[in-house]
Design a protein around this ligand. Sequence first.
Ligand code: ZN
Length: 153
Amino acid sequence: MSPASDQSDALYGDVIMAHYRNPRRRARLACPDVETEEFNPFCGDRANLQLRLARSDDAAATVQDVSAVAEGCSIIQASASLLADQVCGRTLEQAADLSQLFRDLMQGKPLPPVAVAELGALEALAVVRRYPVRIKCALLPWVALEEGLRRLR
Ligand code: ZN
């Protein structure tokens, strides 16, 4: 293990580094219902997101499958991986609510315990608030999600 990664471990914590090293749900989907990509020209971060929905007559559309591929720093990669894990299985409305909660977390808004519970492992990214230039990195995959949800409506 390099000294650099030891330092990142200390800075960002185990959950972020675990998702950075082994990102979830990177496999591309054969037939996504929507695909979005966001790019931050200032640091070169890129997030590509695919969503596939399951629909039934009597229920709201549910996110059945997610593919999230991020390029760039450890924060965007961890955020994309955590997003993919957490959004899978949610309705579009629940996914939008989660995205808003995550923005609130990044902005340092006080969250009630029920909201913290809803965020689950995403709460590990709260540490990013200590490094304000990195907040954009954490949010980029969520911008891609919000654009995808907007197109699906
Ligand atoms: Zn970044």
